[in-house]
Design a protein around this ligand. Structure first.
Ligand SMILES: Cc1ncc(COP(=O)(O)O)c(C=O)c1O
Length: 484
């Protein structure tokens, strides 16, 4: 990989006149495959697309860029010339080479040919990770922030209590009881920076292997592995995880997503909920309940948390990552009383993760009903999007089944066996970012692998959602011959 920071004009003569390029710090990485020229073109396109090089920015003279990157001058000159031809750059006598005011390539077909491979511009983000960022309730959040700041006692601005602010724990205890059927006292709630943080804190407290769903977030398995807790997979069938498969008596903890299995999309069947509680009671074990999107159910009232069935045997973890924003980094653990001190000891003597202003703001936001209001609005929005996804597929790709319940911010499209990779490649060609099912499968799972696409419908802005669905349809495999 060749990489360089480019920020210098070429010669003393050029340095003597004002050069807008002189102040431009531009980190270019010529990674990947292909010739230096095409890697440089890719790096420049990426810098323009991502906004690191704004329209009108003057680029370094090609000789100085060549020197900084350690490549031949002609390589840079050719790359500039080709990007001018594609419309990314403009070159004018006397004003050097600049990023074009209009940065959409003028001749995309030419661009594709000249690279010798399909372009990989992401136009629609259908990754299953985020809510609609444009819908963050800025005004209502700001109102709560103002109110919270005005009401905060001075001691709020001292060293933070690792349990989290009492105002937030009180508001959460009321909200979680009302909306999620969680049974708790504020004293059993510990504020954390989201599910991943909560899991990390628990990792310091748990012992022995942890049973997890065969399909789940690799990232969460990695947190447990990294803390020396081996994960063992349970089969996930249409009724959810098979708790009867917990392999041996050393396994004392099971981690589940009962409200909406992630990512396959089913709820834990009522009999399985009872079976999990029977198991934690008879084994002296613990259920870790990941309630990441429990508020988002569209066909009926959300099912309550399993925690309500036995608060002494379940650690319930919730987060604002789907309901508000994954950038807030705010979540909560509802703990059996006997674990509170251990988790606080794992967290340390002072709050180091969650800022007091956000905690107080969220407390006010919940207490004055703005959280419920926001969730109601988002439920309608995501429901519309899911309906559009289902209707579009029913009409244009009826051979593709959407599995899972009407809930959350993602859906799984079942693909014919052996077609996942090709569908992912086709999706990239359509400018779509999305995931296949395979990365979610536990490497030790004995379940037959499933081919599928995990479609996050939360992220695209409203105006672009229909276009994202069109692009998705173009990426899906054709129906099998005898279906046509
Ligand atoms: C399965 C699952 N659990 C939990 C979370 C929330 O994680 P965090 O609160 O760490 O952002 C997510 C993502 O939002 C998720 O997909």
């Amino acid at each position: 990989m060749v990489e360089a920071w480019v920020n210098s004009p070429e010669s003393p003569r050029e340095r003597s006149r004002p050069d807008p390029a002189a102040g431009t710090d531009l980190h270019l990485e010529l990674s990947g495959e292909g010739s230096l020229r095409s890697r440089l073109m890719d790096a420049l396109r990426e810098a323009i697309r991502s906004g690191r090089l704004a329209p009108g920015t003057r680029l370094p003279p090609y000789r100085s860029l060549a020197r900084d990157l350690g490549v031949a001058r002609n390589t840079v000159a050719d790359a500039y010339a080709e990007l001018v031809e594609e419309g990314w750059l403009t070159a004018r006598q006397g004003s050097g080479t600049q990023v074009a005011r209009r940065t959409t390539p003028l001749r995309p077909d030419h661009a594709r040919r000249s690279q010798g491979m399909p372009r990989r511009r992401i136009e629609h983000d259908l990754m299953p990770s985020s809510p609609d960022a444009a819908a963050f309730p800025r005004a209502a959040w700001l109102t709560s922030a103002r109110r919270a700041l005005a009401a905060a006692p001075n001691d709020a601005f001292g060293v933070g209590d690792p349990r989290g602010r009492a105002e937030l724990r009180g508001a959460l205890a009321e909200y979680l009881a009302r909306a999620r059927g969680v049974r708790t006292e504020p004293d059993r709630i510990v504020i954390c920076s989201g599910f991943a943080h909560g899991l990390r804190l628990l990792g310091g407290v748990l012992e022995g292997p942890v049973a997890v769903e065969s399909y789940g977030l690799d990232f969460h398995r990695g947190i447990l592995d990294g803390m020396g807790l081996r994960t063992v997979p349970l089969t996930v069938d249409p009724h959810g995880a098979r708790i009867d498969e917990v392999p041996d008596a050393r396994v004392k903890t099971v981690l589940l997503t009962p409200a909406h299995q992630f990512p396959t999309g089913g709820p834990l069947h009522p009999e399985r909920r009872t079976a999990v509680i029977d198991w934690v009671r008879s084994s002296g074990g613990l259920l870790v309940e990941d309630d990441y999107d429990g508020e988002f159910r569209y066909d009926r009232q959300p099912v309550g948390a399993v925690q309500g069935l036995d608060p002494d045997r379940v650690v319930y973890i919730g987060s604002t990552s789907k309901s508000l924003s994954p950038a807030l980094r705010l979540g909560w653990m509802v703990l059996p009383g006997r674990l509170v001190d251990d988790v606080l000891a794992a967290k340390g003597p002072r709050e180091m993760w969650s800022g007091v202003v956000d905690q107080l703001t969220l407390a006010d936001f919940i207490a004055r009903g703005a959280y419920d209001q926001h969730l109601r609005r988002m439920r309608q929005r995501y429901r519309r999007r899911r309906d559009l996804l289902v209707d579009t597929l029913a009409e244009r790709a009826p051979h593709i089944r959407v599995s899972g319940i009407a809930a959350g911010l993602h859906a799984v499209l079942e693909l014919p066996e052996g077609t996942e990779d090709a569908a992912l490649r086709a999706a990239r060609r359509q400018g779509l970012a999305l995931d296949g099912l395979r990365p979610y499968r536990h490497p030790d799972s004995t379940m037959p692998p499933r081919d599928g696409l995990v479609i996050g419908y939360g992220t695209p802005p409203e105006h672009a959602f229909a276009a994202a669905m069109d692009a998705l349809c173009l990426a899906l495999p054709d129906p099998p011959q005898d279906d046509r």
